[in-house]
Design a protein around this ligand. Sequence first.
Ligand code: KG4
Ligand code: ZN
Length: 350
Amino acid sequence: MNRGPVILSWETEMKILAIESSCDETAAAVVEDGRRMLSNVISSQIDIHTLYGGVVPEIASRKHTERINRVADKALSDAGLSLPEVDAVAVTCGPGLVGALLVGVSFAKGLALGAGKPLIGVHHIEGHICANYVASPELEPPFTALVVSGGHTTLARVTDYGEYEILGITRDDAAGEAFDKVARAIGLGYPGGPKIDAVSDQGKDDSIPLPRAKVDGSEYDFSFSGLKSAVLNYLNSEQMAGREIVQADVAASFQRAVVDVLTSHAFAALEKHGEKRLALAGGVASNRHLRAAFEEGCRQRGIELFCPPPILCTDNAVMIGSAAYYEYKKGVRHGMDLNAYPALKLGESV
Ligand code: KG4
Ligand code: ZN
Protein backbone atom coordinates (compact mmCIF):
# COMPACT_ATOMS: atom_id res chain seq x y z
CA MET A 1 0.00 0.00 0.00
CA ASN A 2 1.19 3.50 -0.79
CA ARG A 3 0.07 6.52 1.11
CA GLY A 4 -0.55 9.33 -1.33
CA PRO A 5 -1.23 12.94 -0.46
CA VAL A 6 -3.93 13.38 2.18
CA ILE A 7 -6.69 15.45 0.63
CA LEU A 8 -8.13 17.88 3.13
CA SER A 9 -10.97 19.40 1.14
CA TRP A 10 -14.35 17.72 1.57
CA GLU A 11 -15.88 19.83 -1.18
CA THR A 12 -14.84 17.64 -4.11
CA GLU A 13 -17.30 15.46 -5.94
CA MET A 14 -15.33 12.29 -6.12
CA LYS A 15 -16.89 9.45 -8.09
CA ILE A 16 -15.60 5.96 -7.39
CA LEU A 17 -16.34 2.89 -9.51
CA ALA A 18 -16.45 0.00 -7.04
CA ILE A 19 -16.28 -3.74 -7.67
CA GLU A 20 -17.36 -6.55 -5.30
CA SER A 21 -16.85 -10.27 -5.99
CA SER A 22 -15.90 -11.82 -2.63
CA CYS A 23 -18.61 -14.49 -2.56
CA ASP A 24 -21.61 -15.19 -4.80
CA GLU A 25 -22.70 -11.74 -5.99
CA THR A 26 -20.95 -10.03 -8.88
CA ALA A 27 -21.52 -6.35 -8.14
CA ALA A 28 -20.43 -2.92 -9.33
CA ALA A 29 -21.54 0.57 -8.36
CA VAL A 30 -20.64 4.21 -8.69
CA VAL A 31 -20.63 6.18 -5.44
CA GLU A 32 -20.08 9.91 -5.04
CA ASP A 33 -18.21 11.27 -2.03
CA GLY A 34 -18.78 8.06 -0.10
CA ARG A 35 -22.41 8.94 0.49
CA ARG A 36 -24.40 9.10 -2.74
CA MET A 37 -25.25 6.01 -4.75
CA LEU A 38 -25.20 6.86 -8.47
CA SER A 39 -25.70 3.24 -9.56
CA ASN A 40 -25.94 -0.20 -7.95
CA VAL A 41 -25.72 -3.33 -10.12
CA ILE A 42 -25.83 -6.79 -8.50
CA SER A 43 -25.76 -10.02 -10.46
CA SER A 44 -26.62 -12.79 -8.01
CA GLN A 45 -25.47 -16.37 -8.49
CA ILE A 46 -27.88 -17.74 -5.88
CA ASP A 47 -29.89 -19.76 -8.43
CA ILE A 48 -26.82 -21.72 -9.47
CA HIS A 49 -25.47 -22.38 -5.96
CA THR A 50 -28.95 -23.37 -4.73
CA LEU A 51 -28.62 -26.48 -6.91
CA TYR A 52 -25.65 -27.56 -4.75
CA GLY A 53 -27.03 -26.46 -1.37
CA GLY A 54 -24.35 -23.79 -0.86
CA VAL A 55 -21.70 -21.70 -2.58
CA VAL A 56 -19.32 -23.75 -4.76
CA PRO A 57 -16.11 -21.66 -4.90
CA GLU A 58 -14.98 -22.75 -8.39
CA ILE A 59 -18.38 -21.98 -9.87
CA ALA A 60 -18.47 -18.62 -8.11
CA SER A 61 -15.10 -17.62 -9.66
CA ARG A 62 -16.18 -18.75 -13.13
CA LYS A 63 -19.47 -16.86 -12.96
CA HIS A 64 -17.71 -13.70 -11.74
CA THR A 65 -15.36 -13.94 -14.73
CA GLU A 66 -18.28 -14.29 -17.13
CA ARG A 67 -20.29 -11.41 -15.68
CA ILE A 68 -17.94 -8.80 -14.25
CA ASN A 69 -17.38 -6.89 -17.46
CA ARG A 70 -21.07 -6.40 -18.19
CA VAL A 71 -21.87 -5.62 -14.56
CA ALA A 72 -19.21 -2.88 -14.44
CA ASP A 73 -20.34 -1.46 -17.80
CA LYS A 74 -23.89 -1.27 -16.55
CA ALA A 75 -22.83 0.43 -13.30
CA LEU A 76 -21.09 3.12 -15.37
CA SER A 77 -23.96 3.56 -17.86
CA ASP A 78 -26.62 3.63 -15.08
CA ALA A 79 -24.61 6.45 -13.49
CA GLY A 80 -24.43 8.23 -16.87
CA LEU A 81 -20.64 8.03 -16.85
CA SER A 82 -17.80 6.58 -18.83
CA LEU A 83 -14.65 5.16 -17.25
CA PRO A 84 -12.52 8.31 -17.86
CA GLU A 85 -15.09 10.31 -15.87
CA VAL A 86 -14.65 8.38 -12.61
CA ASP A 87 -11.92 9.46 -10.20
CA ALA A 88 -10.85 6.08 -8.82
CA VAL A 89 -11.46 2.35 -8.99
CA ALA A 90 -12.16 0.41 -5.78
CA VAL A 91 -12.37 -3.31 -5.18
CA THR A 92 -12.95 -5.75 -2.34
CA CYS A 93 -9.59 -7.42 -1.72
CA GLY A 94 -10.58 -9.53 1.30
CA PRO A 95 -11.80 -11.40 3.21
CA GLY A 96 -13.71 -13.91 1.08
CA LEU A 97 -13.23 -16.78 -1.35
CA VAL A 98 -9.75 -16.42 -2.81
CA GLY A 99 -10.68 -17.28 -6.40
CA ALA A 100 -13.75 -15.07 -6.33
CA LEU A 101 -11.79 -12.15 -4.84
CA LEU A 102 -9.03 -12.57 -7.45
CA VAL A 103 -11.50 -12.05 -10.30
CA GLY A 104 -12.56 -8.66 -8.93
CA VAL A 105 -9.05 -7.62 -7.93
CA SER A 106 -7.57 -8.51 -11.34
CA PHE A 107 -10.40 -6.80 -13.17
CA ALA A 108 -10.14 -3.63 -11.07
CA LYS A 109 -6.35 -3.53 -11.53
CA GLY A 110 -6.84 -3.75 -15.29
CA LEU A 111 -9.36 -0.90 -15.27
CA ALA A 112 -7.24 1.31 -13.02
CA LEU A 113 -4.06 0.71 -15.01
CA GLY A 114 -5.77 1.13 -18.39
CA ALA A 115 -7.61 4.31 -17.43
CA GLY A 116 -4.80 5.76 -15.29
CA LYS A 117 -6.96 5.92 -12.15
CA PRO A 118 -5.99 5.37 -8.52
CA LEU A 119 -6.78 1.89 -7.17
CA ILE A 120 -8.17 1.32 -3.68
CA GLY A 121 -8.47 -2.15 -2.13
CA VAL A 122 -11.26 -2.39 0.44
CA HIS A 123 -12.01 -4.69 3.37
CA HIS A 124 -15.37 -6.39 2.80
CA ILE A 125 -16.59 -5.99 6.39
CA GLU A 126 -15.55 -2.35 6.46
CA GLY A 127 -17.70 -2.07 3.34
CA HIS A 128 -20.71 -3.59 5.12
CA ILE A 129 -20.37 -1.01 7.91
CA CYS A 130 -20.03 1.84 5.38
CA ALA A 131 -23.36 0.89 3.73
CA ASN A 132 -24.74 2.88 6.65
CA TYR A 133 -23.02 6.07 5.44
CA VAL A 134 -24.96 5.81 2.17
CA ALA A 135 -28.25 4.90 3.83
CA SER A 136 -27.91 7.55 6.57
CA PRO A 137 -25.97 10.57 5.30
CA GLU A 138 -26.02 12.16 8.78
CA LEU A 139 -24.20 9.23 10.43
CA GLU A 140 -20.61 9.95 11.44
CA PRO A 141 -18.26 8.11 13.81
CA PRO A 142 -18.07 7.37 16.67
CA PHE A 143 -20.76 4.69 16.90
CA THR A 144 -21.06 0.97 17.59
CA ALA A 145 -21.53 -1.43 14.67
CA LEU A 146 -22.83 -4.98 14.61
CA VAL A 147 -21.88 -6.82 11.40
CA VAL A 148 -23.83 -10.04 10.89
CA SER A 149 -23.14 -11.78 7.61
CA GLY A 150 -22.62 -15.24 6.16
CA GLY A 151 -18.93 -15.30 7.08
CA HIS A 152 -18.68 -12.83 9.97
CA THR A 153 -20.24 -11.76 13.23
CA THR A 154 -18.40 -8.75 14.58
CA LEU A 155 -19.29 -6.20 17.21
CA ALA A 156 -17.03 -3.15 16.96
CA ARG A 157 -16.74 0.46 17.99
CA VAL A 158 -16.16 2.66 14.96
CA THR A 159 -13.98 5.30 16.55
CA ASP A 160 -13.32 7.20 13.30
CA TYR A 161 -13.63 6.57 9.56
CA GLY A 162 -11.79 3.30 8.96
CA GLU A 163 -10.78 2.96 12.63
CA TYR A 164 -12.18 0.05 14.62
CA GLU A 165 -12.00 -1.27 18.12
CA ILE A 166 -13.17 -4.88 17.98
CA LEU A 167 -15.36 -5.77 20.96
CA GLY A 168 -16.51 -9.24 19.97
CA ILE A 169 -16.31 -11.78 17.17
CA THR A 170 -17.71 -15.24 16.68
CA ARG A 171 -15.59 -18.10 18.01
CA ASP A 172 -17.08 -20.57 15.51
CA ASP A 173 -19.98 -20.18 13.04
CA ALA A 174 -21.08 -16.77 11.82
CA ALA A 175 -24.74 -15.87 12.40
CA GLY A 176 -25.61 -16.20 8.68
CA GLU A 177 -23.77 -19.51 8.47
CA ALA A 178 -25.92 -20.83 11.34
CA PHE A 179 -29.06 -19.65 9.52
CA ASP A 180 -27.92 -21.47 6.37
CA LYS A 181 -27.03 -24.72 8.19
CA VAL A 182 -30.25 -24.85 10.22
CA ALA A 183 -32.32 -24.06 7.11
CA ARG A 184 -30.70 -26.96 5.30
CA ALA A 185 -31.36 -29.30 8.26
CA ILE A 186 -35.08 -28.46 8.26
CA GLY A 187 -35.34 -28.80 4.49
CA LEU A 188 -35.57 -25.14 3.50
CA GLY A 189 -32.51 -25.11 1.25
CA TYR A 190 -30.05 -22.35 0.38
CA PRO A 191 -29.81 -19.47 1.17
CA GLY A 192 -31.27 -20.20 4.57
CA GLY A 193 -31.56 -16.74 6.11
CA PRO A 194 -34.36 -15.31 3.97
CA LYS A 195 -36.23 -18.64 4.06
CA ILE A 196 -36.13 -18.90 7.87
CA ASP A 197 -37.13 -15.23 8.04
CA ALA A 198 -40.23 -15.93 5.90
CA VAL A 199 -41.32 -19.29 7.30
CA SER A 200 -40.92 -18.24 10.95
CA ASP A 201 -44.00 -16.00 10.64
CA GLN A 202 -46.10 -19.16 10.89
CA GLY A 203 -44.17 -20.58 13.88
CA LYS A 204 -44.05 -20.12 17.66
CA ASP A 205 -40.67 -18.75 18.71
CA ASP A 206 -40.79 -20.27 22.20
CA SER A 207 -41.82 -23.77 21.21
CA ILE A 208 -38.35 -25.35 21.40
CA PRO A 209 -35.92 -24.65 24.26
CA LEU A 210 -32.60 -23.58 22.73
CA PRO A 211 -29.41 -22.25 24.38
CA ARG A 212 -28.24 -18.62 24.37
CA ALA A 213 -24.52 -19.29 24.47
CA LYS A 214 -22.04 -17.15 26.37
CA VAL A 215 -18.32 -17.43 25.68
CA ASP A 216 -16.27 -17.91 28.84
CA GLY A 217 -13.96 -15.01 29.57
CA SER A 218 -15.20 -12.81 26.77
CA GLU A 219 -18.24 -10.68 27.34
CA TYR A 220 -19.01 -9.87 23.72
CA ASP A 221 -17.76 -12.86 21.71
CA PHE A 222 -20.37 -15.02 20.04
CA SER A 223 -20.76 -18.77 19.55
CA PHE A 224 -23.43 -20.16 17.27
CA SER A 225 -22.24 -23.72 16.68
CA GLY A 226 -23.74 -24.93 19.99
CA LEU A 227 -27.09 -23.48 18.99
CA LYS A 228 -26.88 -25.16 15.60
CA SER A 229 -26.02 -28.50 17.28
CA ALA A 230 -28.93 -28.09 19.71
CA VAL A 231 -31.29 -27.71 16.74
CA LEU A 232 -29.78 -30.79 15.04
CA ASN A 233 -30.09 -32.81 18.30
CA TYR A 234 -33.70 -31.73 18.66
CA LEU A 235 -34.46 -32.80 15.08
CA ASN A 236 -32.80 -36.19 15.66
CA SER A 237 -34.59 -36.91 18.91
CA GLU A 238 -37.98 -35.92 17.47
CA GLN A 239 -37.39 -38.15 14.45
CA MET A 240 -36.33 -41.08 16.67
CA ALA A 241 -39.46 -40.63 18.78
CA GLY A 242 -41.59 -40.56 15.62
CA ARG A 243 -42.94 -37.11 16.38
CA GLU A 244 -43.79 -34.60 13.67
CA ILE A 245 -41.35 -31.73 13.21
CA VAL A 246 -43.01 -28.37 12.71
CA GLN A 247 -40.61 -26.55 10.39
CA ALA A 248 -41.97 -23.10 11.21
CA ASP A 249 -41.63 -23.67 14.98
CA VAL A 250 -37.99 -24.76 14.62
CA ALA A 251 -37.26 -21.80 12.33
CA ALA A 252 -38.93 -19.29 14.68
CA SER A 253 -37.31 -20.69 17.84
CA PHE A 254 -33.83 -20.78 16.26
CA GLN A 255 -34.19 -17.25 14.88
CA ARG A 256 -35.37 -15.96 18.25
CA ALA A 257 -32.30 -17.49 19.94
CA VAL A 258 -29.94 -15.80 17.43
CA VAL A 259 -31.73 -12.47 17.79
CA ASP A 260 -31.66 -12.71 21.63
CA VAL A 261 -27.89 -13.29 21.64
CA LEU A 262 -27.15 -10.52 19.13
CA THR A 263 -29.34 -7.96 20.89
CA SER A 264 -28.12 -8.80 24.41
CA HIS A 265 -24.42 -8.53 23.40
CA ALA A 266 -24.94 -5.31 21.45
CA PHE A 267 -26.95 -3.60 24.19
CA ALA A 268 -24.47 -4.68 26.88
CA ALA A 269 -21.63 -3.13 24.84
CA LEU A 270 -23.56 0.07 24.18
CA GLU A 271 -24.33 0.44 27.87
CA LYS A 272 -20.75 -0.25 28.97
CA HIS A 273 -19.34 2.35 26.57
CA GLY A 274 -22.13 4.89 27.10
CA GLU A 275 -22.70 4.80 23.35
CA LYS A 276 -26.00 6.08 22.01
CA ARG A 277 -25.76 5.02 18.37
CA LEU A 278 -25.86 1.56 16.85
CA ALA A 279 -25.44 0.65 13.17
CA LEU A 280 -26.39 -2.79 11.87
CA ALA A 281 -24.77 -4.28 8.77
CA GLY A 282 -24.41 -7.49 6.73
CA GLY A 283 -26.85 -9.91 5.14
CA VAL A 284 -28.45 -11.06 8.40
CA ALA A 285 -29.27 -7.41 9.22
CA SER A 286 -31.95 -7.66 6.53
CA ASN A 287 -33.81 -10.13 8.80
CA ARG A 288 -37.18 -8.58 9.69
CA HIS A 289 -37.33 -10.09 13.18
CA LEU A 290 -33.81 -8.95 14.04
CA ARG A 291 -34.58 -5.44 12.82
CA ALA A 292 -37.81 -5.32 14.83
CA ALA A 293 -36.05 -6.53 18.00
CA PHE A 294 -33.31 -3.89 17.62
CA GLU A 295 -35.86 -1.17 16.88
CA GLU A 296 -37.78 -2.00 20.04
CA GLY A 297 -34.68 -2.40 22.21
CA CYS A 298 -33.17 0.86 20.95
CA ARG A 299 -36.43 2.74 21.46
CA GLN A 300 -36.60 1.54 25.08
CA ARG A 301 -33.01 2.58 25.75
CA GLY A 302 -32.98 5.89 23.86
CA ILE A 303 -30.44 4.58 21.35
CA GLU A 304 -30.46 5.79 17.75
CA LEU A 305 -30.56 2.83 15.37
CA PHE A 306 -29.11 2.84 11.84
CA CYS A 307 -29.74 0.04 9.41
CA PRO A 308 -29.36 0.05 5.62
CA PRO A 309 -32.26 -1.14 3.45
CA PRO A 310 -32.02 -4.91 2.78
CA ILE A 311 -30.45 -4.41 -0.67
CA LEU A 312 -27.49 -2.61 0.97
CA CYS A 313 -27.26 -5.18 3.81
CA THR A 314 -26.52 -8.15 1.56
CA ASP A 315 -23.41 -8.02 -0.64
CA ASN A 316 -23.21 -5.03 -2.98
CA ALA A 317 -20.56 -2.69 -4.37
CA VAL A 318 -22.10 0.57 -3.11
CA MET A 319 -20.70 -0.20 0.33
CA ILE A 320 -17.26 -0.77 -1.19
CA GLY A 321 -17.41 2.60 -2.99
CA SER A 322 -18.26 4.31 0.28
CA ALA A 323 -15.48 2.64 2.26
CA ALA A 324 -12.99 3.38 -0.54
CA TYR A 325 -13.76 7.10 -0.40
CA TYR A 326 -12.77 7.33 3.27
CA GLU A 327 -9.67 5.23 2.69
CA TYR A 328 -8.72 7.48 -0.24
CA LYS A 329 -9.20 10.58 1.93
CA LYS A 330 -6.68 9.08 4.37
CA GLY A 331 -4.21 8.74 1.50
CA VAL A 332 -4.58 5.02 0.80
CA ARG A 333 -3.62 3.96 -2.76
CA HIS A 334 -2.82 0.46 -3.91
CA GLY A 335 -0.43 -0.60 -6.64
CA MET A 336 -0.51 -3.34 -9.24
CA ASP A 337 0.78 -5.70 -6.55
CA LEU A 338 -2.62 -5.64 -4.80
CA ASN A 339 -3.61 -9.25 -4.12
CA ALA A 340 -6.63 -11.16 -2.78
CA TYR A 341 -6.47 -11.66 1.00
CA PRO A 342 -8.99 -14.36 1.94
CA ALA A 343 -8.50 -14.01 5.73
CA LEU A 344 -7.94 -10.24 6.00
CA LYS A 345 -8.79 -8.86 9.46
CA LEU A 346 -10.83 -5.72 10.00
CA GLY A 347 -8.48 -2.75 10.37
CA GLU A 348 -5.48 -4.65 8.93
CA SER A 349 -3.60 -2.83 6.14
CA VAL A 350 -2.48 -4.53 2.94
O1 KG4 B 1 -23.42 -10.10 3.90
P1 KG4 B 1 -23.82 -11.23 3.04
O2 KG4 B 1 -24.67 -10.96 1.83
O3 KG4 B 1 -22.58 -12.03 2.55
C1 KG4 B 1 -21.45 -12.25 3.34
O4 KG4 B 1 -20.60 -11.34 3.43
O5 KG4 B 1 -21.42 -13.35 3.96
O6 KG4 B 1 -24.58 -12.26 3.99
C2 KG4 B 1 -25.11 -13.45 3.52
C3 KG4 B 1 -25.78 -14.15 4.70
C4 KG4 B 1 -26.26 -15.54 4.35
O7 KG4 B 1 -25.85 -16.42 5.37
C5 KG4 B 1 -27.77 -15.39 4.34
O8 KG4 B 1 -28.47 -16.56 4.72
C6 KG4 B 1 -27.97 -14.27 5.35
O9 KG4 B 1 -26.91 -13.39 5.12
N1 KG4 B 1 -29.25 -13.58 5.17
C7 KG4 B 1 -30.21 -13.57 6.11
C8 KG4 B 1 -31.31 -12.87 5.52
N2 KG4 B 1 -30.94 -12.45 4.28
C9 KG4 B 1 -29.67 -12.90 4.08
N3 KG4 B 1 -30.26 -14.10 7.34
C10 KG4 B 1 -31.39 -13.95 8.03
N4 KG4 B 1 -32.49 -13.32 7.55
C11 KG4 B 1 -32.49 -12.76 6.32
N5 KG4 B 1 -33.56 -12.12 5.86
ZN1 ZN C 1 -20.84 -9.64 2.84
